[in-house]
Design a protein around this ligand. Structure first.
Ligand code: IMP
Ligand code: MG
Length: 178
């Protein structure tokens, strides 16, 4: 393992093979559901970049890729002070069938904020696809349409998710065992 500076307690949650299998299943389901349509894929940077790259290559319906980044700043005790959305270059989803692609829902605060903003742009439809769901930590009511894995309350990293900005390049997903 090369994910961290604390190798002793690092434990692999999903191997490269586990992830590949699940991503293929999600892609198959999405391709069926969107048959005859074009998907406007919107990836949430940075954490979704690897998941999105693998997912879109397995989806069989026509698809475009756009990206957003949400900046958050937290105050005391994790309360949110401010959020900003950066829409990356010629972002236009009006009238489109949008599939929002994110790596994880934790408290749900980030994605629900983003979903509300995207809805104001009047897409034809808006669905949410996430690789991992941590329902135990939810603070707001948000449910994804496609979920790769439902996981316990661990801080996970690898496969695009960071551990203090490192470890995004790991091909598997790990966590630190308590
Ligand atoms: P939220 O709590 O659902 O608003 O999640 C905010 C963001 O925190 C996510 O989009 C991820 O970028 C990051 N995040 C949440 N949980 C994890 C984790 O277990 N590992 C790495 N990043 C995480
Ligand atoms: Mg982070």
């Amino acid at each position: 393992m090369r994910g961290s500076d604390m190798h002793v307690r690092e434990q692999v949650l999903y191997t490269e093979k586990d992830i590949k299998k699940r991503v293929s299943e999600l892609a198959r389901q999405i391709s069926e559901d969107y048959a005859g349509k074009e998907i406007t894929g919107v990836g949430v940077l940075k954490g979704s970049f690897i998941f999105m790259a693998d997912l879109v290559r397995e989806i069989t319906v026509p698809l475009t890729c756009s990206f957003v980044q949400v900046y958050t700043r937290e105050g005391e005790e994790g309360s949110l002070v401010s959020k900003n959305i950066l829409y990356i270059y010629k972002f236009d989803i009006t009238g489109k069938d949008v599939l929002l692609i994110s790596e994880i829902i934790d408290t749900g605060v980030t994605l629900s904020y983003l979903v509300n903003h995207l809805k104001e742009m009047k897409p034809n439809s808006l669905k949410l696809c996430i690789l991992m769901d941590k329902p135990e930590r939810r603070k707001v009511n948000i449910k994804a349409d496609y979920v790769g894995f439902t996981i316990p309350n661990h801080y996970v990293f690898g496969y695009g998710l960071d551990n203090k900005e490192r470890a995004r390049d790991l091909p598997y997903i790990s966590f630190y065992k308590e």
